[in-house]
Ligand binder design. Structure first.
Ligand code: UFG
Length: 343
């Protein structure tokens, strides 16, 4: 069976964890990444974990010609997992064209490359951001999509529509859009993990960097939400659980057991956890007291969201297995590893 998979953004956070799972399941992987937001040393981590160094192509996928050439060079792939995208919500508000240009051009170039080389299957990184602040929780895949509250979120909504319209006229191509909730944590080996550039925007890397002494204190954005402890609620999913779902999605498409030409799945744990609960979990597993202060709400943040994962559980025969404590411990082990902290 031809099992060569193109993983765009494969040196990034979710991408690198998915490459590990793919290799461990016997897939051969070609990573395409611009290295704009990731580091080539990630390949060393992947190799140490799996014993295999994936093929690597440094490429800006938002440029058409080299992207099509990449597809031709490998005579097509059995599938593409498309992670490569810009993902900073705040930056997307400040520089919308940068986001639309990169995230949409890359997708369109990849779709063209797939059609030119008869590549049949696509797995796309989408986000729970497409639901905005839902009225009813938990969110199912049928929860209405709401107007995006950032250009980043809008690129995810538009991308889902572009894929839908594209497969409509390309009947050999099938797609799965995976709507991630909040991916956190790192590989148990602590050899790969999240590597934010500059000051982290996201909660967990900010927590671990604060504990490691890189940041003075964590700001908790808001304690006046309508939640049990007043802080905002998200559905935090361990990145390794998330990575495994991608392999299942690829196999589902290869086995042609998908129920429609494009399927959407919520990937979360089904459990809502508050910011203050995250801090407690971190303090418990690390044995460290975290320096934090409550500040005002962060503009654009929603109050609460968590997933109804029953469709993904049933259809993919997949379930997030790791807990918030597992995720926090792995994130902390990763942070200690990269900062060379001993204890
Ligand atoms: N938070 C803090 N302090 C921080 C950072 C975050 O209190 O320093 C809080 C936020 O206010 C939020 C929670 O922690 O309540 C999670 O924030 P993140 O920035 O980690 O994640 P978001 O839920 O804001 O964003 C994530 C992804 C986006 C995606 C979005 C969809 O990072 O890519 O989920 O809801 F669009």
């Amino acid at each position: 069976m031809h099992k060569k998979v193109l993983v765009t953004g494969g040196t990034g956070y979710i991408g690198s964890h998915t490459v590990v799972e793919l290799i461990q399941k016997g897939f051969s992987v070609v990573i395409a990444d611009s290295l704009e937001n990731s580091d080539i040393t990630v390949l060393d981590g992947i190799e140490k974990i799996t014993g295999v160094r994936p093929i690597f192509e440094k490429i800006d996928l938002s440029i058409n010609y080299p992207t099509i050439e990449l597809f031709k060079k490998y005579q097509g792939f059995s599938a593409v997992i498309h992670f490569a995208a810009y993902k900073a919500v705040g930056e997307s508000v400040a520089e919308p064209l940068k986001y639309y240009r990169n995230n949409l051009n890359s997708l369109m170039n990849i779709l063209e490359g797939m059609s030119v080389t008869n590549t049949p299957n696509l797995v796309f990184s989408s986000s729970c951001t497409v639901y905005g602040q839902p009225e009813k929780l938990p969110v199912t895949e049928q929860t209405p999509i709401q107007e995006a509250n950032s250009p980043y979120g809008n690129t995810k909504q538009i991308s889902e529509e572009v894929i839908r319209d594209f497969i409509h006229i390309n009947e050999e191509i099938n797609a799965v859009a995976l709507r991630y909730f909040n991916p956190i944590g790192a590989h148990d080996s602590a050899l790969i993990g999240e590597l934010p550039i500059g000051i982290p925007n996201n909660l967990v890397p900010f927590i671990t960097q604060t504990a490691a002494g890189l940041r003075e204190s964590l700001s908790v954005f808001g304690d006046d939400y309508n939640t049990l402890d007043g802080s905002a609620i998200r559905d935090y999913i361990h990145v390794v659980d998330l990575a495994k779902a991608h392999v299942i999605a690829i196999e589902r498409l290869a086995d042609k057991i998908n129920k429609s030409r494009i399927e959407y799945f919520n990937l979360g744990t089904g459990i809502g956890i508050s910011v203050l609960e995250c801090i407690k979990s971190f303090e418990k597993v690390s044995g460290k007291k975290l320096n934090y202060k409550i500040v005002g709400r962060r503009p654009g943040d929603i109050e609460k969201i968590w997933a109804d994962t029953s469709f993904a559980n049933r259809e993919l025969n997949w379930k997030a297995e790791k807990t918030i404590d597992d995720a926090m411990l792995s994130a902390w082990n990763w942070e200690k590893n990269i900062r060379k902290i001993q204890q």
